[in-house]
Design a binder for this molecule. Sequence first.
Ligand code: MEV
Length: 443
Amino acid sequence: MAKTISGFSKLSKRQKIEWLANNFFEDATAAESALIAWHRRDEQQQKIIDGFTENAVSNFTLPFSVAPNFVINGQEYAVPMVIEESSVVAAASSAAKFWLDRGGFRAEVSGTVKLGQVHFRWAGSPGRLYALFPDLKTHLLASCDDLTANMRQRGGGLLDIELLDFTHLEPEYFQLRASFETCDSMGANFINSVLERFGDQLEFFIETAPVLADHERDVEVIMCILSNFTPNCLVRAWVECPENELEDLARDAGLPGRSAVDRFCTAVRIAEIDPYRATTHNKGIFNGIDAVILATGNDFRAVEACGHTYACRSGQYRSLSRAWVENGIFRFELEIPLPIGTVGGLTALHPLAKQALEMLGNPSARELMMIVATVGLAQNFAAVRSLVTTGIQQGHMKMHLTNILNYLGASEKETVAAQAHFCRETVSFSAVRTFLEGARTRE
Ligand code: MEV
């Protein structure tokens, strides 16, 4: 097995690259140079980046973009976005501009509660455990005093612990569900440390409780971990305006205003009805959300997992946004749980995450929740507006043209000519290649 290795993580970065280049690439020298080329010149900064994960051999670059003109609750923002998809930032910026002229966006946070679970097995009767629970809870709360002290000082900490009985679904399976306020941090390490303490102390308590008989002392903690589903860490963002102010929503598509708004609301309702459409609709929302989450050094997998579970809260996967007209007022809103932070973790370590947060005025976690939800809503607005009017490909392929031209090695002059030509023509990879071949033979 020449291409497997033990002790890879112990090799220096240089040795890792050499081993990879020699074993997995046709041209080892070219592979080595390509991987090394993205290494930062500033060794100190590179050390920080390498420290994020095990076995880092290079840096993977994505554009750090900005969508200006967001006004949220009267406050102006230029929003940092990290994303590779061509048209996303352009769409967010255009939606921000559109709503800038109509009073901007509104947003509010209705809760910031995070959750964690201790899953355990106990062979005794549920009634016995519930009778014991008030004492167990007091014991558990006291047992993590040292771990919660700092968070309590910041105004947060452990909020509550519940006992849940799942023995009707899995023999002997119970759960402790704890709720936390983690202030401006996402709080994953804090929550998991407290939960592991609970696991140990739960076992200790049951094994030593004087009221329990010997055959009731058998408790087994299966796992202690936060839950990424935080339905009470919730934010809502919305826009509204008189229906007749949406005339230009329709102008491009040659539709009368009323019917464009109607098509927009119908499109959103379709995403409430049909999970196949809802998945794509919500993907468009996450185009915006993930880009800000990444730029600010937050955990986009946690945010995605949570959002998709929330989209299923009725028992079926549905749209996260809603749109309707009432008494001549168009309203479009997005409600989503966003378990994020603005201190700790990568937010403090990643050099550009720091810049991103500063660009946003070093927001609290609550404020960042509002910004992120707003960008999700703006992105959704832009996508659905295109879909029900001009179609999505017009804007998308215009942006994608640059990627195709770069891939085909177009010169500056060829790029300008291609951009002029494809203003009127449909962009496709083969059409651009044919255009360039034609231009090159004409020269
Ligand atoms: C593409 O990345 C996102 C869209 O498909 C979203 C949508 O269909 O609403 C355009």
